[in-house]
Design a protein around this ligand. Structure first.
Ligand code: GLN
Length: 488
């Protein structure tokens, strides 16, 4: 591995500022690593030529004294962010030929900030999954153990950061898809508050839950990235008109006196004992830094998965109706009539998990069942939101494991959708309540990473990053990467 690609985003920024390496050199090293680690299947598209051109432009801007803080830094985007002129597949056969005519807002913000895009990252089909095994482009391997999954749906983003194939990756989280893969790969991931980051140009799965965010090595790197991608966007009607704080400067606040709530429902007997002891270690570190802990209750959290698996498929069934073989992407060959065109294009273009969601969602929304399922699920959603409101009247942030255990083996849960859905028991409630949540490194268990989750009130991203940064300043969990462990 090149010495440049071992750096954090903040480290690369220093290297560029000092002039120790150019953006072209950094980009070349990442492209070489990406090609050396094809076995991980993290990238669907590598935009090699465009990356080198943008890096060259970034170096010229720097030479002219006009560089911003992020000019020339590498990034890769999850393949559900539309990228103009470049394949945007959403991990699906349905969009396996879709060249987007425009950039997602997140992508244009990164471009305008001078980021160099290395390519597009693998993901579960239409972001439905927890293992990256539903991708039309094949599963992603966990860099810590190629027989294990990297988590999903942002498995490509997390694995690429863990393997040091990019210092920063965009990702999305509808029910845990940033936090769970971050936990499985020993990376840091932030799912912002609903509305903090524009959804314009993010291919929709469940619009009331989807949120774009980031995966990186550290909380500090997430702060650098959040500064660029956050903010109001007229093109997204759910985008929040709330000022963006200076995330990086807030990293240095003291956390003395911070109250951390421990939701009792998340520390029950189902939690793996070794995971529990890793989390207890994190709690000890927080306490040693001056934080207090308090036990809180999220009474309705057990209902979060059932409610999510009504709401998310219902919204997906509506969102995915646009893929009809006429307007976008895959079209079946030689249909006999229009109905046959729709049926064959959708039948052949979608994978089985996507079809399962469309069927469940269509059923839940159908006349006679709407009140029993969709309306009920929305009522549960409100109760969950109230649980969080009550908890945040007693504490500043909530701390829990991100996942019940470490990464599972490839194929272990792919035939059991319910076991797969239970992967998100600690993450899904956050999305139902629209809150921000992050997952950060909590050491290794039998050579596989563990993660702890911080959840905060709406728009408390700075507080989450500040708390995680303080822990990262006194631990070295975030500095480990799979290659290093293998080389020992
Ligand atoms: N694993 C969950 C699902 O399959 C969440 C996915 C996500 O957050 N995009 O729906």
């Amino acid at each position: 591995m090149s010495s440049l690609t071992k750096n954090t985003l903040a480290g690369l920024r220093e290297i560029l500022t000092r002039g120790d390496a150019s953006s072209v050199e950094i980009t070349q090293d990442y492209l070489a690593e990406i090609s050396a680690r094809r076995d991980l299947n993290t990238f669907i598209t590598v935009t090699q030529d465009d990356a080198l051109v943008s890096a060259k432009v970034a170096d010229q801007i720097r030479a002219a004294g006009q560089a911003s803080l992020t000019t020339g830094l590498p990034i890769a985007h999850k393949d559900l962010f539309c990228t103009k002129g470049i394949l945007t597949s959403c991990g699906s056969k349905m969009l396996s030929n879709f060249i987007s005519p425009y950039d997602a807002e997140v992508v244009s913000k990164c471009k305008n900030a001078g980021f160099v895009m290395l390519g597009k990252l693998n993901m579960d089909e239409f972001a439905m999954g927890s293992s990256n095994e539903t991708s039309y482009f094949g599963p992603v391997k966990n860099p810590w153990s190629p027989t294990h999954v990297p988590g999903g749906s942002s498995g490509g983003s997390a694995a690429a950061v863990a393997a040091r194939l990019t210092p920063l990756a965009t990702a999305t989280d509808t029910g845990g898809s940033i936090r769970q893969p971050a936990a499985f790969t020993g990376t840091s991931g932030l799912k912002p508050t609903y509305g903090r980051v524009s959804r314009f140009g993010m291919i929709a799965f469940a619009s009331s839950l989807d949120q774009g965010g980031l995966i990186a090595q550290t909380a500090e790197d997430l702060a650098i990235g959040m500064q660029i991608i956050s903010g109001h966007d007229n093109k997204d009607s759910t985008s929040a008109l709330i000022e963006v704080p200076n995330y990086e400067s807030l990293l240095n606040d003291s956390i003395r006196g911070l109250t951390i709530g421990l939701p009792e429902e998340f520390f029950d007997s189902r939690l793996d004992t070794r995971m529990q002891s890793q989390i207890e270690e994190v709690i000890r570190i927080f306490t040693s830094l001056g934080a207090n802990t308090v036990s809180v209750s999220l009474t309705h959290v057990a209902e979060a998965i059932p409610a999510y698996y009504v709401i998310a498929p219902a919204e997906a069934s509506s969102n995915l109706s646009r893929f009809d073989g006429v307007r976008f992407g895959y079209r079946a060959e030689k249909p006999i009539d229009l109905t046959d065109l729709y049926e064959c294009s959708r039948g052949e273009g979608f994978g089985s998990e996507v079809k399962r969601r469309i069927l469940i969602g269509t059923y839940a929304l159908s006349e006679g069942y709407f009140d029993a399922y969709y309306k009920k699920a929305q009522q549960i959603r409100r109760l969950i939101k109230q649980d969080f409101d009550r908890a945040f009247s007693l504490c500043d942030l909530l701390l829990s494991p991100t996942t019940p255990s470490t990464a599972f083996a490839l194929g272990e849960k792919s035939d059991d959708p319910v076991a797969m859905y239970l992967e998100d028991i600690y993450t899904i409630a956050t999305n139902l309540a629209g809150l921000p949540g992050g997952s950060f490194q909590a050491g290794l268990i039998d050579g596989l990473p563990a993660g702890y989750q911080l959840t905060g009130p709406a728009f408390s991203e700075a507080k989450i990053l500040n708390a995680a940064h303080k822990v990262q300043q006194v631990t070295d969990w975030h500095t480990h990467y799979p290659e290093e462990i293998r080389n020992v």
